[in-house]
Write a protein that binds this ligand. Structure first.
Ligand code: NDP
Length: 500
């Protein structure tokens, strides 16, 4: 048998005992000089970092992205430079509202984040399992999230707050429709699609810009749970996704997704009935068909969950030459707030951590000190610590410059005054649903809206009425027949087992 490695202190010194405290006599007291005891307890006290305010509960894996189709017409990004090119990827999927111990199979939107370790640095695709979002302006984000989290007095989630906010923002109805539909509780991260959701941009070697949407379609098929099944599952395990994802990868059943883009020539933006930079809208497939790009395969469980998944810091600000932003207001807000959340959660130099450090590109920057400054700027010359300098320090490369973005001075350029515009796409989605899907949609609403006040219910029915009268009527009927039709027994009605 191989000799076991020697246990050491965190300073590397051999440890004589890891079993008992050092005491003055046989029965105590414990000595303050027992530094290993102090160190052990102090370390345990510091094992948690602040959990993410949103997307706290997550599951992740490592894998590979392979280009299968040529999209160099749209982008000069190195990751897409040739068919067959492979790039290492880190993924993290998550629920949005629940805390880090929340049950996996709750009704919620799922985060779908990918970090591509490209040769031009890391590209983060920080999306969701829905092609849209509740709101279109980051200014509303803190208020929106407040309604999804716990009430300050009751410390409970508040359906009243959720539907009060949604009713005040009719653009939410598109995303709420998906949330209350079958897709609101995926069977696992492997059984859902991922979408970049925002409009991003790409530019090619000739400097032509396209607006793009990213789609990752599951090859496992979309599969979802009903409320009832999910409640049963939560009763037996809160970690369903972690168990299934880990086992699938461990057993060699690697989940896969096919990547597509939708591409819109730069000058076409503004010619649609809808704002193509509005995060509450999709681009209809008929107008902008899916263009196949490649395959994503997640094939490795991280050796240390905390190191690779809890420490993972995804941010839409991480783009690479050939991929860029768009005027999407929510995207612009996230470019700031995601990186800022990681600075707070992980520390100033969070991008030097193993999960976040580029694996296939050298990092050369002049940022200096701060938490986690455990790396050097190894330019080969310690005098090159400012810019510009007379030494051989790194310099910017104009060759990777993005083509200029034409802004014509009209701040409302993409604004549409059409009052119906927020209802057109939810209506198209509602019309896609089969009768059975509609019945489940109504029941899911009833379970969610049951505790709401009559005034909030009435305001939400008015929003649904504008999408489709049948939609409003179906939900209203389900809510009104709640006690007989819907399995929403309050916890106080469960019969306790009493002590004899
Ligand atoms: P299409 O008929 O071409 O596309 C409909 C799309 O809806 C499908 O491709 C599928 O997208 C998605 N879908 C199907 N069933 C459901 C469901 N139960 N819940 C959520 N999404 C579902 O029409 P359009 O492109 O004109 O879109 C019509 C509506 O479909 C949109 O208003 C939007 O609500 C929804 N949708 C559109 C998407 C798009 O990018 N165009 C993407 C997703 C939804 P997928 O294959 O991506 O699962």
């Amino acid at each position: 048998m191989a000799k076991k490695p020697q246990l050491t202190t965190s300073a590397g010194s051999p440890v004589a005992s890891n079993e008992t405290s050092q005491t003055a006599g046989e029965r105590g007291p414990v000595l303050l000089q027992d530094y290993q005891l102090v160190e052990k307890l102090a370390h345990q006290n510091r094992e948690r970092i602040p959990e993410r305010v949103v997307h706290a509960k997550g599951w992740g894996a490592q894998g590979t992205f392979t280009v299968t189709h040529d999209i160099t017409k749209y982008t000069c990004a190195d990751i897409f430079s040739e068919i067959g090119k492979k790039t290492e990827v880190l993924s993290r999927w998550s629920t949005v509202a629940g805390e880090s111990g929340a049950a996996d199979t709750e009704r919620d939107v799922r985060g779908f984040s990918l970090k591509f370790y490209t040769e031009q640095g890391n590209w983060d695709m920080v999306g969701n399992n829905t092609p849209i979002f509740f709101i279109r302006d980051g200014f509303k984000f803190p208020d929106f999230i407040r309604t999804q989290k716990r009430h300050p007095k009751t410390n409970l989630r508040s359906p009243e707050a959720m539907f009060d906010f949604w009713a005040a923002h009719p653009e939410c109805v598109h995303q709420v429709t998906i949330l209350m539909s079958d897709r609101g509780i995926p069977v696992s991260p492997m059984h859902m699609n991922g979408y970049g959701s925002h409009t991003f941009s790409m530019w090619n070697k000739d400097g032509e810009r396209y607006w793009v949407k990213f789609h990752f379609k599951t090859q496992q098929g979309i599969k979802n749970y009903t409320n009832e099944t999910s409640e049963n599952i939560i009763g037996s395990t809160r970690e369903k996704y972690q168990e299934e994802l880990y086992s699938a990868i461990d057993e060699g059943n690697f989940p896969k997704w096919t990547m597509y883009i939708q591409a819109m020539p730069e000058e076409e933006a503004g010619k649609q009935d809808y704002n193509p930079f509005d995060l509450t809208k999709v681009w209809p497939h008929d107008d902008y068909p899916l263009i196949e790009v490649g395959e994503l395969e997640m094939n490795r469980n991280p050796d240390n969950y905390f190191q690779m998944i809890e420490n993972a810091a995804f941010s839409p600000s991480n783009v690479v030459p050939g991929i860029g932003f768009s005027p999407d207001k929510m995207l612009q807000a996230r470019i700031f707030s995601y990186a800022d959340a990681h600075r707070y959660r992980l520390g100033t130099h969070y991008e030097a951590l193993p999960a976040n450090a580029p694996k296939n590109a050298k990092v050369n920057h002049y940022h200096k000190d701060g938490a986690m400054r455990f790396f050097t700027n190894d330019f080969g010359n310690p005098d090159a610590y400012y810019e510009p300098n007379q030494h051989e320090g790194p310099v910017a490369d104009e060759g990777v410059k993005e083509p200029p973005l034409r802004i014509d001075g009209d701040a409302d350029r993409y604004y549409q005054a059409d009052e119906d515009i927020d209802y057109v796409q939810p209506r198209a989605l509602y019309n896609l649903f089969s009768d059975d899907q509609k019945q489940r949609l109504y029941k899911n609403y009833a379970a969610a809206m049951g505790p709401c006040s009559d005034s909030v219910k009435a305001r939400w029915y008015a929003v649904l009425e504008k999408v489709h009268p049948d939609y409003a009527a179906g939900v209203k009927n389900a809510v009104e027949s709640l006690d007989t039709d819907v399995n929403t027994v309050p916890i106080t009605e469960n019969t306790p087992i009493e002590d004899n």
